[in-house]
Design a protein around this ligand. Structure first.
Ligand code: 2AM
Ligand code: CA
Length: 258
């Protein structure tokens, strides 16, 4: 089976399982602290996706949030899996969470899929083929003025309350912008940017499985993405992320003059 088709079948199967799974309190665990939670479903869904991928493509490398990577596989194809992006939303709201599946070959994107599980909306893009939400083509907004800008950020504590080199810049930007929104899912917020429903995205913490599927969708929708310092986004490291509807907005942010 073709990789994209396998990914689409797998992500839809994962979504169907998550929509009807029970979630009891004793299935929620702390990973590091009370703000970093995981459920049995994060693990089950990642295992299911891994099994399906490796059954058809046993030499592909799979990087997921819940299970360690086995580095050094010979193939140049790497999958990035987040079985539940927005785990806190999954636990507390039972909405606003996603399954994220990205596939890259030799550091070049092949495709990305992000399923907004409860809305049953599939964001997807193949390299060079445009960005889509179900059957509708997506494009970033044309917002060019900071005072009209809607800024998305997935974790308000990290972005505005913790010390980091861009904190002052972020605070000035938040005051100058029209509004700040926080959904609590890196993948879904990058897809909002791709769909023109937000104009800029920032986070001080993101992992490869959080953003490597959605970044393909965003770039195919006409957006751009880098670190908060304006460096190219690394593929395999935890990183800060800044994403924009245009190069001009990126330049404005890096200059920090609002
Ligand atoms: P998760 O739900 O898969 O953990 C808001 O919390 C967003 O930031 C979610 O997309 C969440 O992913 C991600 N996130 C939370 N803590 C993180 C961390 N320490 N490093 C990277 N991403 C994180
Ligand atoms: Ca996750």
């Amino acid at each position: 089976m073709e990789r994209f088709k396998l990914a689409r079948n797998g992500i839809m199967k994962a979504g169907a399982a998550l929509r009807q799974c029970p979630l009891n309190e004793d299935e929620v665990r702390r990973k590091t602290d009370h703000q970093d939670l995981v459920t049995c479903w994060d693990k089950n869904i990642e295992q299911m996706l891994r099994r399906e991928i490796l059954q058809f493509f046993p030499t592909d490398r799979v990087v997921g949030e819940e299970y360690p990577d086995k580095p050094g596989c010979p193939s140049g194809v790497i999958w990035y899996l987040d079985p539940i992006d927005g785990t806190t939303n999954f636990i507390n709201q039972r909405r606003n969470y996603a399954v994220s599946v990205g596939c890259w070959e030799n550091e070049r994107p092949l495709f990305g899929l992000v399923l907004d599980v409860e809305r049953d909306e599939l964001y997807w893009a193949k390299k060079g083929g445009g960005a889509w939400r179900n059957g509708d083509a997506l494009h970033v907004s044309n917002c060019g003025k900071v005072s009209d800008l809607l800024l998305a950020t997935p974790c308000i504590q990290y972005t505005f309350l913790e010390e980091h080199p861009q904190r002052e810049n972020m605070l000035r930007l938040a005051r100058a912008a029209r509004a700040v929104r926080s959904l609590g899912s890196v993948a879904l917020e990058l897809c909002q940017l791709a769909a023109g429903e937000a104009d800029m995205f920032v986070t001080t913490r993101s992992a490869p499985w959080d953003h490597n599927a959605a970044r393909v969708i965003l770039e195919e929708a006409g957006g751009c993405i880098c670190t908060l310092d304006g460096e190219p986004l690394p593929l395999n490291l935890n990183t800060t992320v800044a994403a924009f509807n245009s190069r001009e907005m990126c330049k404005l942010f890096m200059q920090g003059e609002y």
